[in-house]
Write a protein that binds this ligand. Structure first.
Ligand code: DUC
Ligand code: ZN
Ligand code: ZN
Length: 464
């Protein structure tokens, strides 16, 4: 007897789409049986008809910020574990990995990890979750004593480091020391690659010239700063032969450096996110600004308070050139990109500690706006719509970057990331092609944020 049978769908793996009459038997939250053609009649307590639908493994979103202290430069992120995972599951994501964030003064990671577990269990969660740790002060005791314990006993399989932000960046020597440990343990090292000094220099010049409206964020954090840091991280990793994952790759320059290193057979992995495939910095120019040479009319400038663009402030920023967007798509298509995450890092717009923190002095200041966008719920439908249904990528590649490869990168491959007997029954059913034609709008989403950056984007499919 099964608890559930899903019948007549097409199971998608990284290499294969099954025949349209595939039956899946599920018992105790595990997949126990898959076959072409019917399982015995009345063999199950419950049936789901998936006729004409693709069936994909549950989405694994390995880049999600929830209830995190000090998300630079703002405060709490704006979704709890409860609302963030509710939004995840409503968008077909059945596993998230969130961040436990070390602050510079934290001498031990143990209380920190405990605190994040407390946050996650307080109101419950709607999907499975795990944690990465963000290291900002990688002392010898942390590297040699605590990290091996967290890896072996607490299931923490990954570390993130920042090359930017005053409060978080780590230097090259520290990165090398961390790489030596992650190599030895087989952990995944995620790197936020932006050259902080290059960014700060441009910010200072923009400030001196009173250019602080939201869209200047994209000018401050240039593709060159991303490329330099990406290249440096690759060189450091080469020195110590340690695999690394460059997260949220946003530009052609960074993507090319990664591709070149991969062609040289270096173990460099790459992550990108929906925003870097679908939006350009131009969308941030809702005006209110002087002296930046934009094309808005005087009336438009007078009407708009010029601050709506803050909704799109994330780091790395949306890029100014379509060439960057095209290069990120190419990386998605040709295999340079290993994994596709949301980088869900939400702040409410209309809240003094949220995006509107950038208006605190009475004048728009992009440097005060918390960085990051909500997107855990829209990640899969956007890639299904703009990637698979627009025939840029195959549905097999979709499964690879949204589930199978993320599972492998973070040590979940024995339970998650594919549909096979013995695996967790984390399953997404997609409506048959062409049965849905919707626009994304925030009032249909399940996060606790007052906007979505993808308002008005199409969703020609939605996961169930
Ligand atoms: N890095 C992230 O990974 N998310 C949001 C902001 C940032 O800098
Ligand atoms: Zn980052
Ligand atoms: Zn992030």
């Amino acid at each position: 007897m099964y608890d559930l049978i899903i019948h007549n769908g097409q199971i998608v793996s990284t290499s294969h789409v099954s025949s349209p009459d595939t039956w899946i038997g599920i018992q105790d939250e595990k997949i126990v049986c898959i076959q072409a053609g019917p399982l015995p009649h009345d063999a199950s307590k419950r049936y789901i008809d998936a006729k004409g639908a693709y069936i994909t493994p549950g989405g694994i979103d390995t880049h999600v910020h929830l209830q995190q202290l000090q998300v630079a430069p703002g405060d709490d992120t704006g979704d709890t574990f409860e609302s963030g995972t509710r939004s995840a599951i409503a968008g077909g994501t059945t596993t998230i990995i969130a961040f436990a964030n070390q602050q510079r003064h934290d001498k031990s990671l143990y209380p920190l990890v405990e605190e994040y577990h407390r946050r996650a269990s307080k109101d419950g969660t709607w999907c499975d979750y795990g944690f990465h740790v963000i290291l900002t002060n990688p002392t010898k005791a942390i590297l040699d004593e605590e990290i091996p314990v967290l890896f072996e006993k607490e299931g923490i399989s990954s570390i993130k480091v920042y090359m930017t932000y005053e409060a978080r960046r780590v230097g090259d020597r520290d990165m090398l020391e961390i790489m030596l440990r992650t190599r030895k343990l087989g952990m995944t090292l995620m790197i936020h690659a932006e050259n902080d000094d290059m960014v700060q220099l441009v910010i200072d010049h923009l400030r001196d010239n009173d250019l602080t409206e939201p869209h200047h964020h994209a000018i401050a954090r240039t593709p060159l700063a991303e490329a330099e840091a990406t290249n440096r991280a690759i060189c450091l990793s080469n020195l110590v032969s340690s695999p690394i994952l460059i997260v949220h790759v946003s530009s052609s320059a960074a993507m090319s450096r990664i591709r070149t290193a991969q062609n040289d057979l270096q173990p460099i992995f790459a992550e990108t996110c929906p925003q870097y495939l679908l939006m350009l910095a131009d969308a941030m120019r809702s005006s209110g600004h002087g002296g930046c040479g934009c094309s808005h009319s005087a009336e438009e400038k007078a009407e708009d308070d010029g601050f709506e663009g803050a909704k799109l402030i994330c780091s790395p920023p949306l890029r100014e050139s379509k060439d960057d967007l095209d290069a990120v798509w190419k990386g998605m298509i040709n295999g340079t990109v290993t994994t596709f995450s949301s980088d869900h890092c939400p702040s409410a717009f209309d809240h003094p500690k949220g995006k509107k923190k950038g208006l605190e002095s009475g004048k728009a200041d992009f440097t005060k706006v918390p960085n990051g966008l909500p997107g855990v719920e829209t990640r899969l439908p956007l890639l299904m719509t703009y990637g698979v249904e627009k025939e840029r990528i195959t549905v097999q590649r979709f499964v690879e970057v949204t589930s199978t490869q993320p599972a492998h990168l973070y040590g979940l491959q024995h339970r998650k990331g594919s549909i096979a007997p013995g695996m967790d029954a984390d399953i997404v059913i997609w409506f048959p092609n062409g049965t849905i034609q919707e626009e994304i709008s925030n009032d249909k989403l399940h996060h606790s944020i007052d906007y979505t950056p993808f308002e008005g984007f199409q969703a020609t499919n939605w996961p169930r």
